[in-house]
Design a protein around this ligand. Structure first.
Ligand SMILES: Cc1cc2nc3c(=O)[nH]c(=O)nc-3n(C[C@H](O)[C@H](O)[C@H](O)COP(=O)(O)O)c2cc1C
Length: 191
């Protein structure tokens, strides 16, 4: 039986070689405290043979991830394939997050500290200049290390669905995989 995560891995690699700007990204869906759906783009990391997300714990999505559930969508336009993943999530050990955080560019590193010392992510700020001034005014350690609020989650997908538009006869190919007792079973879906 094919492993859908390896399929996704191979397709992201192929899309990357085709310079697909979405090869490294996903859309993360969560449900907020009012029951409303929320979506946003995130980098989808592939490390230690697992998919992972990195974010700041001050953000609204972190509270929403406390449900332990997330849905992720990846559309690779270069190869006309969409993947949808239903996942449980698992916190990544802080030492792994800390190492990975060091690879971030400078500005996102500073923002991670601003969320802690200044204003939490996704909150209101008077205007962009106020934000820039407050960022400049922060005193930061040198070298910078990750704040505890920099967090990561492993995705543990239990359902994966792939829609492949690239069919000669125009009839899309749609496959679903479900994980039970550590084994994937595959079914065909009406596209
Ligand atoms: C290309 C792209 C990549 C992004 N990657 C991340 C990411 O890896 N982690 C993250 O927290 N936000 C990332 N963002 C920002 C999120 O989409 C979002 O604006 C932010 O995390 C606040 O989300 P929230 O209010 O739902 O918590 C990215 C945005 C774009 C456009």
């Amino acid at each position: 039986m094919t492993d859908p995560l390896n399929e996704l891995r191979a397709d992201r690699q192929r899309a990357g070689e085709l310079a697909d700007p979405h090869a490294g990204l996903c859309t993360l869906a969560t449900v907020d405290e009012h029951g409303a759906p929320q979506v946003r783009t995130l980098v989808l990391r592939d490390m230690q043979d697992r998919f992972a997300l990195f974010l700041n714990a001050t953000s609204p999505k972190q509270r929403q991830l406390n449900s332990g559930q997330a849905a992720v969508c990846v559309y690779l336009a270069s190869i006309q394939r969409q993947y949808r993943l239903s996942c449980s999530i698992e916190a990544i050990a802080p030492d792994i997050v800390r190492d990975s955080w060091q690879m971030r560019p400078d500005a996102p590193k500073r923002m991670d500290w601003y969320y802690v010392q200044g204003r939490v992510q996704s909150s209101d700020v008077t205007d962009r200049q106020t934000l820039l001034d407050e960022l400049d005014a922060m005193t930061l350690t040198n070298p910078l290390h990750a704040p505890p609020e920099a967090v990561g989650y492993w995705l543990n997908p239990h359902f994966v669905e792939r829609l492949d538009l690239a069919q000669d006869n125009g009839v899309h190919d749609r496959i679903a995989w479900s994980l039970a007792s550590g084994r994937w079973t595959q079914t065909t879906l009406v596209p």
